[in-house]
Ligand binder design. Sequence first.
Ligand code: DUC
Ligand code: ZN
Ligand code: ZN
Length: 489
Amino acid sequence: MSFDLVIRGGTVVTATETRQADVGIVAGKITAVGAGLAAGTREIDARGKLVMPGGVDSHCHIEQVSSFGIMCADDFHSATVSAAFGGTTTVIPFCAQHRTDHIPEVLADYHQRAAEKAVIDYGFHLIVANPDEQTLATDLPAAIDTGVRSFKIFMTYDRMRLHDEQILDVLATARRHGALTLVHAENHGIISWLAGRMVGQGNVAPRYHAICHTRSSESEAINRVVALAELVDTPILIVHVSTVEGVQAIREARARGVKVYGETCPQYLFLTAEDIDRGLEGAMFCCSPPPRDKEAQQACWDGLKDGTLAVYSSDHAPYRFDATGKLPKGEKTTFKEMANGVPGLELRLPLLFTFGVGTGRITLNEFVQLTATRHAEIYGLLPHKGTIAPGSDADIAIWDPEHRVTVDAALLHDNTGYTPYTGRELKGWPTTVISRGEVLIDASRPGQIDAARGRGRFIARARTDALQPAGRQIPEMAQLAAWNTPLSI
Ligand code: DUC
Ligand code: ZN
Ligand code: ZN
């Protein structure tokens, strides 16, 4: 067999295996993994390197207008270039419905912008802010039919949040049509009540943001949405879990058979609330939920290790430290007015590699699992994305485990203009990055990318087991079934 490209002599790492092997690629697909493959038209010498699946970042905000009406700093070009430089070859950002938006138009708009600019492949989640009859009966099923198999809903933010009956409506629709509901789980009342008082008392600095988003606001909301999902028996995924109590709530729900997945992000492993406590500059570390403390970081590591937290995503939400993002009112901006979010697309993998694999907290296989394979499994991208196997897309990052980088915003490729991780010493970097067999970033030409705008393709995602109900009934539903009057969902 002949190959277009052979990656030769590297250590191939998947979620389950680590072995010395060559990888043979034909027409953008992996066709062989094994020793002594025949010559390729092009060869990459990977001796001494790790050959891993390109990352899948299933939570990032790209060219999205926030509920405050602020456009984030990255468009589909800058964000996907930045992702590629960090070893990520697939992203699943959001199409965001705002309350008065018509979903088909929102989807068409995001599709057009991404198709023009993305340099790596992408899917979409749909943010649902207005689950009216048209949305539930027509627009969501139609979106699912096009391969947009996940929705995100919010339990907080004035202009996005859904109340419990609306959440149940979305969950029931997800169940009927085989979709996954992602949940931003924070108790709105706690946050807005506290924030109102803080601002009233003149406590407006960024550090009060972390006070208002209490740990209990996260765990209360997780427990509540788990109860709602349990009633309907449909899978949910709690995004950006940040607290000891939140991780534990998910662990307990999973132990009793509820199909709930968890996600955490770099900011909850590598930052704490102390980072926010540095005057106005703390705004650069403000995200929701906020970073917490060492104990919460450890809980997130433990959750990743035992599977309570299935995926590690960036929640890249890039806002510049100026009037276009974090500081709409300059120095007078209160914590309530600054855009929420931190950048992380490019550093997501290198941070986890250094502080996870490099410290022995996780294995290389767990690294692949958490950064690529589980995302593909849960979100319906397998077998195309997230692994290295014959038949998969040749989306591969070749890592130099010895490559050292001192983090500096000037080295990164997103448009945020800062990084919360300045000065961190990283060891291990994806120096060659391949998407569908095309070498986008080549170790021999550091800092350059060879990727035409718009080469990225939309991926219609499949229905997978992760999207099916668990088949469990709460006692009241079991009673209805026993009476032969089951609830019609
Ligand atoms: N929180 C969100 O819910 N979305 C974007 C960023 C953030 O901090
Ligand atoms: Zn969120
Ligand atoms: Zn987010």
